[in-house]
Write a protein that binds this ligand. Structure first.
Ligand SMILES: C[S@@+](CC[C@H](N)C(=O)[O-])C[C@H]1O[C@@H](n2cnc3c(N)ncnc32)[C@H](O)[C@@H]1O
Length: 207
């Protein structure tokens, strides 16, 4: 990692640790993403898919994913949020891990990353998309929700500390993913004054 990334990552972890309970309450108040989960799994060929969730937070969406999965693994870099996720969905498997350092399980049918890969810069995004492709079965799907805007690094200061994220466009994600994925669905929305987009990609290449 570069020094800048190291520094950013430390701040991100510290914010998602110190603000874990308040942030968890905020995530829960927005609600479970049932429609996004339904839509994504509707593109899946498996009845009981193997699911990986990147940046699962306090398990806001884990219950719904776990309920439909053949297998489920949730990863998050904040031990405090993972502890809350384990309390919320005691039978599901969660690990404290940095997505840039964890070896993803193979033979996955679906990968979800709700508002989590926003913390990766473009180079990291390119790398993680290659590793996700390698972990998915051919025809497997990837669902991302991202903050929308021309690509740039944004530093957000609040009560929890400093969180660094990056704005992306669907076109940039498509471009970074193009060697292994095709786009099957995109949409945009505004949530509490912030523009977001969702994108569902399907693995098209056997990598
Ligand atoms: C905005 S929160 C979203 C949490 C959850 N997906 C939701 O939508 O409620 C971003 C999450 O990504 C996690 N995260 C950030 N960087 C990460 C990394 N490099 N590896 C794993 N998790 C990370 C944070 O700890 C946090 O739980």
């Amino acid at each position: 990692m570069t020094a800048q990334r190291d520094e950013d990552r430390e701040k991100i972890v510290s914010a998602y640790r110190s603000g874990a309970q308040v942030l968890a309450d905020k995530f829960d108040s927005i609600g479970v993403r049932v429609a996004d989960i339904d839509r994504t799994l509707g593109f899946c060929q498996q009845e009981r898919p193997n699911i990986l969730e990147l940046g699962c937070g306090n398990g806001r969406d884990a219950q719904e994913l776990y309920r439909r999965a053949g297998s489920y693994l949730g990863l998050d870099i904040s031990p405090d949020l993972v502890e809350l996720a384990r309390m919320k969905v005691p039978n599901a498997r969660f690990e404290v891990a940095d997505v840039m350092e964890y070896s993803f399980p193979l033979e996955l049918d679906a990968v979800f990353a709700f508002a989590s890969l926003i913390h990766l810069d473009q180079e990291e995004m390119e790398d993680v998309l290659i590793r996700i492709a390698a972990a998915l079965k051919l025809g497997g799907v990837l669902m991302l929700s991202m903050k929308y805007g021309e690509y740039r690094r944004v530093v957000k200061e609040d009560d929890f500390g400093t969180r660094i994220f990056h704005l992306y466009t669907p076109e940039l994600i498509e471009n970074l993913a193009s060697s292994n994925f095709e786009t099957i669905w995109t949409s945009q929305k505004n949530l509490r004054g912030q523009d977001w987009f969702e994108i569902i990609l399907r693995k098209t290449n056997s990598v």
